[in-house]
Design a protein around this ligand. Structure first.
Ligand code: PHE
Length: 339
């Protein structure tokens, strides 16, 4: 039995030295020290020993057990250290290495100006509403008092999808959609994309952006329109900005006007930006036509309203003195980084 224990001691020592991971270590523990383990087996045979032999073998068995236990603990610690240093090596961070600066983007000038317009109007109490870009002829034309033979309906100008469905050529259909859903008082703006079958050049694009405005209530007058637009223009272009309304025609407003602001570069003297005019046209506007109100079940004898529509590109171009609209769509970072 003594030989058996000594042999076990050597074998276990060699075996444990070879072990490379923790689960193998656990297997070895069970193999020697477990309930059915080798050492336990030997100890079970102690009953057959003589009283003289028993303490000697017992002491030896304890020695073997202690050796195995220590060895396992030692190996466990060594394996843990090894794993840790391997991991530390893998996760090493050189805090002195130069950093990588992630490129930070800029908002597109069109978005910036659109946001600015929206915040000026919401500060005046306007709500922002949206309308579909794929629109019915009914809303884009019919309900806006644009008769069947009006030149704006010419397929040259409008992208038709079917006879009755088109890409909206203006944001004005949102006026009608709003008045159909909502009773006065109404005070909304609606920014968004519009489409016209125009060839691309420095001032035209088949896709561009407008911002529509609509106010309907009792007793709304042209004076309200002018006062509101004046406040708006001063907010956008500066306190000294003056406003000029020129008579115009839109089928869905009566009277109608085109609205100019005094040139915010030269103040009205005439310069490159205003092309010597002193004035810059920024939008179309007018009093909502009684036919349009009536078509939305709003009684024009009780209610009146004004509407306006401006081209966002044009304002961006004037504001930043950009002379070619295509620059806004080409996504050239050298251009876009300037704003
Ligand atoms: N919808 C007109 C356009 O596209 C602009 C406009 C809007 C004019 C509202 C008057 C009132 O030119």
């Amino acid at each position: 039995m003594k030989d058996l224990l000594l042999a076990m001691k050597n074998k276990a020592a060699d075996e444990l030295d070879e072990i490379r991971d923790e689960s193998e270590l656990e297997n070895a523990r069970v193999k020697y020290l477990g309930k059915k383990g080798e050492l336990t087996g030997v100890l079970r045979g102690m009953g057959t020993l003589s009283p003289e032999e028993r303490p000697v073998i017992g002491a030896l068995a304890n020695e073997v057990r202690t050796m195995i236990e220590n060895k396992i603990a030692q190996r466990k610690e060594a394996l843990r250290k090894k794993a840790l240093s391997a991991r530390l090596l893998l996760e090493k961070v050189d805090v002195t290495a130069p950093g990588v600066c992630p490129p930070v983007g800029e908002r597109h000038p069109l978005s910036k100006v659109q946001d600015e317009l929206c915040s000026i109007f919401t500060s005046m109490g306007f709500d922002i509403v949206e309308g579909p870009e794929v629109e019915y002829d009914h809303y884009n034309f019919e309900k806006l008092n644009i008769p069947k033979n009006h030149p704006a309906r010419d397929t040259q100008d409008t992208f038709y999808i079917t006879e009755n469905v088109l890409l909206r050529s203006q944001t004005s259909p949102v006026q009608v959609r709003t008045m159909e859903k909502q009773r006065p008082p109404i005070r909304i703006i609606s920014p968004g994309r519009v489409y016209r079958s125009d060839a691309v050049d420095a001032t035209h694009s088949p896709v561009f952006h407008q911002l529509e405005g609509l106010v309907v209530d009792k007793g709304i007058t042209m004076g309200d329109l002018k006062g509101m637009l004046e406040y708006f223009a001063k907010q956008l272009f500066g306190e000294d900005t003056k406003l000029r309304l020129r008579p115009h025609h839109f089928p869905f407003t009566e009277p109608s006007a085109e609205v100019d602001v005094s040139c915010f570069v030269c103040g009205g003297k005439g310069c490159r930006v205003c092309k010597g005019e002193g004035w810059i046209e920024i939008l179309g506007a007018g009093m909502v036509h009684p036919n349009v109100l009536r078509g939305c079940d709003i009684d024009p004898d009780i209610y009146s309203g004004f509407a306006f529509g401006l081209g966002i590109e044009r304002i961006v171009m004037r504001k930043y003195n950009i002379d070619d609209m295509r620059l806004l769509y080409e996504n050239d970072l050298r251009f876009l980084r300037q704003f």
